[in-house]
Ligand binder design. Structure first.
Ligand code: ATR
Length: 282
């Protein structure tokens, strides 16, 4: 009797980016598929251009994609349909294959909001957003959507002004930080990532025990900014929580069922520890 080989059909998912190989998402998503008992595969897909990548992945039969740097705006432009949040933010981080093409959503803003909401009610809370780039757009949208009072500061003042005007919130020069006493602080720049310097100064005594401080940087997990906030007694939320919650929302949308949060968090934290502070993108 000869050995038999049986082919098992796997559903295909992945993260498209440049770079993508250091992504922590495959560990998180594969853990979820295992818990759900699915024959599914989630791959890191490095692409030169998103349009060609989507055509190729479509032909191979991919069902869902996470989209990361630098393709989130391209994904917005290429999606056959997007939800209202993605339209407001102007970026798509999640694609789902439908009969009419790739449908797009943005779950980054929801990831940020969910990570914060676990700890602090956002309605009516004063929130300071540091940074005015692509990541800040999602965070500002999410905070406004939940009814927080948002103030933006940024190294380049004009970008803070433009982002505030786009979402109808406030902005301030960095020099005003000493007089700002927010309930929530969200740091959205790449300062602190792998030792990047902070081109802004947070004044002594700024952080307090009443604050909740989130950093979207997760390499290292405890950034210099979070360390200072923690030392002042603030409650801190690290960047992996946002990555986790945006991933939970992606999976739930692709599969139309709840995602296994505990297993995903465990796998994500283990993968991050293994990466030992190396640079990685969602
Ligand atoms: P992303 O899409 O990741 O947000 P981005 O659009 O290039 O990237 O925006 C990066 C943000 O981080 C900006 O707010 C940028 O400030 P500028 O608008 O002044 O460029 C901010 N940033 C990047 N490196 C920084 C640093 N070392 N210190 C302070 N802010 C920094």
């Amino acid at each position: 009797m000869g050995a038999s080989v049986r082919s098992v059909q796997h559903d295909l998912y992945g993260v498209v980016g440049r770079p993508a190989r250091h992504s922590l998402s495959p560990a998180m998503m594969q853990a979820a598929f295992a818990v759900l008992g699915m024959h599914a595969c989630y791959l890191a897909l490095e692409a030169e251009a998103l349009a060609e990548a989507l055509d190729a992945l479509d032909r191979v039969g991919f069902r869902g994609l996470s989209v990361t740097v630098p393709f989130k705006q391209d994904a917005f432009a290429l999606a056959c349909r997007v939800d209202a949040s993605a339209r407001s933010i102007g970026a798509v981080n999640t694609l789902r294959r439908t009969a009419s093409g790739w449908e797009g959503r943005n779950t980054d803003w929801l990831g940020a909001v969910r990570a914060l909401e676990r700890i602090v009610p956002l309605r009516g809370a004063s929130a300071l957003v540091i940074g005015a780039g692509g990541a800040a757009r999602g965070v500002v949208y999410g905070l406004m959507e939940r009814g927080a009072h948002v103030l933006i500061v940024n190294r380049t003042e004009q970008r803070a002004r433009d982002l505030a005007a786009a979402f109808g919130c406030a902005w301030a020069p960095l020099s005003d930080l000493p007089s700002v006493g927010p309930k929530v602080v969200v740091h959205t720049t790449s300062a602190g990532m792998s030792g990047n310097p902070y081109d802004f100064a947070i004044p002594e005594g700024f952080f307090t025990a009443e604050m909740v401080v989130m950093d979207i940087v997760y390499a290292p997990l405890e950034t210099p900014l979070l360390r200072r906030a923690k030392a002042a007694g603030a409650r801190v939320v690290d960047g992996l929580e946002m990555l986790l919650h945006q991933g939970i929302e992606q999976l739930a949308w692709w599969l139309n069922r709840p995602a296994p949060e505990a297993a995903m968090r465990h796998a994500l934290r283990r993968a991050a520890a293994r990466a030992q502070g190396g640079v990685s993108h969602g």
